[in-house]
Ligand binder design. Structure first.
Ligand code: VGL
Ligand code: ZN
Length: 203
């Protein structure tokens, strides 16, 4: 079975959002089209409480994109984004959610960030995604969404660690930082994943 994991296509990561990824909304038409080619489609949703420690606003004197150690883990500080129940946290209106079988929310623990759809950044707690995919006999996972150098990248790496054959769809994502994205795709390859483009699936 083949699953598509649609990562964090939410208002705050697209045009007009508080942490808008350049061109983020451009990937929505292909994301919608791809869904028809999979046995299973799941989505992840960044879903933070207001007091989340990844927000610069919760560290007086710090500003967005500063870096610090949070409980011993490297942490980029972000603008407030994807706050639970807000418009910014909702999926983009143009994203087709009709065929999405399950939504895995992440980033709820205020003390730790969670880029991957599988685990928090300390690998302390899992979201249930790996077990869900295994229950449905998924062996191959394909990842797309936002942002390519953060949540999509970490989701792909954890998929590999969990033993799934993993495909990173490089033209159905956009990064926050281009250099980080190049590193991310090399790392996916190095760890045994495949980097592909949508046309290889759509035919
Ligand atoms: C993300 C930064 C902070 C992402 C989430 O979805 O890539 N990036 N939270
Ligand atoms: Zn976040």
């Amino acid at each position: 079975m083949r699953a598509l994991i649609v990562v964090d296509i939410q208002n705050d990561f697209t045009a007009g959002g508080s942490l808008a990824v350049p061109g983020g909304e451009e990937i929505i038409p292909l994301t919608n089209e791809l869904q028809g080619y999979f046995d299973l489609v799941v989505a992840t949703q960044d879903w933070h409480p207001k007091d989340h420690q990844s927000f610069a606003s919760n560290h007086p004197g710090r500003k967005p994109f500063d870096v610090l150690k949070l409980n011993d883990i490297h942490q980029v500080l972000w603008p407030d984004h994807c706050v639970q129940g807000t418009h910014g946290a909702a999926f983009h209106d143009k994203l087709n959610m009709e065929h999405v079988a399950a939504i895995f929310r992440k980033g709820m623990n205020p003390e730790i960030d969670s880029y991957s759809g599988f685990f928090d950044n300390g690998h302390l707690q899992n979201t249930g995604l790996a077990g869900y995919l295994r229950d449905r006999k998924v062996e191959e996972v394909f990842v797309c969404g936002l942002a390519g150098d953060y949540c999509v990248y970490y989701t792909a790496i954890d998929a590999l660690k969990e033993g799934f054959e993993t495909y990173f769809i490089s033209d159905v994502t956009r990064p926050i930082d281009l250099e980080g994205f190049q590193k991310a795709t090399f790392d996916v390859l190095r760890q045994g994943g495949k980097v592909i483009v949508a046309s290889q699936i759509l035919g």
